[in-house]
Design a protein around this ligand. Structure first.
Ligand code: C5P
Length: 419
């Protein structure tokens, strides 16, 4: 079984000024083949080695280097740029750039972005071997490792300057493999407890985790099992939680929605990745499972695209995915005070929700009918019934934003009652 963390991943590539910068063009090409979207920031020195236009052409996006460009900042501010990626990759990471990273300097767009990012950083150093072996660089690399920066390379070999030794940037495919490894774990760096929440608001001071969207379970490198969840409801809940002063983490499956403002977002693809990200986001006060998680995954994912042939149609053997909601709700230690599940049913909505409440061990179920006539999946409105041990309360049909705000009010009341 191989997960495919690369497809749909978003990489912010910071290109430093070294001879190896040309290899980063090849890196973008390799990433693009694997469905990765790359945005590029270059240092001024990098522009002396490779023309920004080459990076723009290959990445399909304008290349950024000026932190004071009004046009660039209006299109996507540097903070947003540093946060919408799943991972930041620095390649080539020159001695100068590593030194600035280690010092926390913010004197160009590359270093400012690295200081402002909320995602993990992978660096591919490239420099002359004396520079690599210099005690100053050794100190900087050790400090960066202690800060959680991952490294790939450098390789040993013939250098551009004619010397031989360690300092060559890792080959593009080795960097791709390191990116894939880095993306297997959640890459969002959480803020320390109590920091980052609005001091006022109905959920001020609370940690809220929300899952949202579908999961994609790979069949082979190009096909997957998925579902029609749009993520609209879960994203609206996460956004409303953030607006109510909570420190909210949204764990999102593949959706066509922008990341909501004021919320930490972790992008995942498969149920197992969502499960790992949900557990990594704990401890939390409130857990809301709004995602439509695939119940099954394909047991043996094809390494190559399955081909039509004489053997007839392939038979897919499925295995069950972990139940994220049940795992969180039945934790012996560190169970969130309030665990809320969703029930998307096509029939007997309330009865099934009651049953689910018991089976999953959660405190509330938000039940909605997804019968085709209701148009809930992908629709803007929702009609939900709140089911708890105390009973079932149907809410009128309203927009998903209004449902989200209603839920946040209900959560605030419930949490106050528990204090
Ligand atoms: O079992 P069922 O899919 O009907 O339950 C729906 C609820 O359980 C939703 O809240 C959904 O997010 C959650 N769930 C989960 N992990 C799964 C399956 C469902 O968190 N593997």
């Amino acid at each position: 079984m191989t997960a495919r963390p690369l497809s749909n991943a978003r990489i912010l590539l910071i290109v430093g000024g070294g001879v190896a910068a040309y290899k980063s063009l090849e890196l973008i090409r390799r990433l693009r083949e694997r469905g990765v979207v790359t945005r590029v920031v270059m240092t001024e020195a990098a522009k002396r080695f490779v023309a920004p236009l080459s990076f723009a052409a290959l990445s399909g996006h304008a290349v950024r280097f000026d932190p004071f460009s009004l046009i660039d900042e209006a299109e996507m501010g540097h903070i947003e740029l540093s946060r919408e990626a799943d991972l930041v990759v620095v390649a080539p990471a020159t001695a100068d750039l590593l030194a600035r990273m280690a010092q926390g300097l913010a004197n160009d767009l590359a270093s400012t972005t690295l200081l402002a990012t909320d995602k993990r950083v992978l660096a591919a150093p490239a420099m002359n071997l004396r520079m690599w072996l210099h005690p100053a660089t050794r100190r900087n690399v050790a400090a960066l490792r202690a800060d959680g920066v991952a490294f790939v390379g450098p390789d040993e070999g013939e250098m551009a300057c004619g010397e031989f030794g360690p300092g060559r940037m890792a080959e593009p495919l080795a960097i791709v493999a390191a990116i894939e490894r880095a993306l297997e774990a959640p890459t969002a760096i959480p803020l320390p407890p109590g920091v980052g929440a609005r001091p006022e608001g109905a959920l001020a001071g609370l940690r809220v985790v929300v899952t949202s969207g579908p999961t994609y379970e790979p069949i082979d490198p190009v096909r997957f099992l998925g579902n029609r969840s749009s993520g609209l409801q879960g994203h609206a809940i996460a956004e409303a939680a953030g607006a109510a002063g909570a420190r909210a983490t949204l764990i999102s499956g593949p959706v066509g929605l922008a990341d909501p403002a004021g919320v930490d977002v972790v992008h995942v693809e498969t149920a197992r990745q969502m499960h790992a990200a949900a557990l990594a986001a704990l401890p939390a006060d409130v857990f809301i499972a709004a995602a439509a998680v695939g119940d099954w995954r394909v047991e043996a994912v094809g390494a190559q695209k399955l081909k039509k042939g004489t053997a007839g149609a392939p038979v897919l053997s499925l295995v069950e995915n972990p139940d994220i909601l049940a795992d969180v709700a039945t934790r012996r230690t560190g169970r969130p005070a309030l665990v809320i599940g969703f029930a998307a049913e096509t029939e007997r909505v309330v009865e099934n929700a009651r049953d689910k409440l018991k089976r999953k061990g959660c405190d509330l179920i938000v039940a909605n009918s997804v019968a085709e006539s209701e148009g809930t999946f992908g629709g803007l409105d929702n009609q939900v019934t709140i089911v708890s041990a105390a009973g079932a309360e149907p809410w009128p049909r309203m927009s998903k934003q209004e449902v989200a705000r209603g839920l946040i009010e209900l959560i605030a009341r419930t949490m106050k009652g528990q204090k």
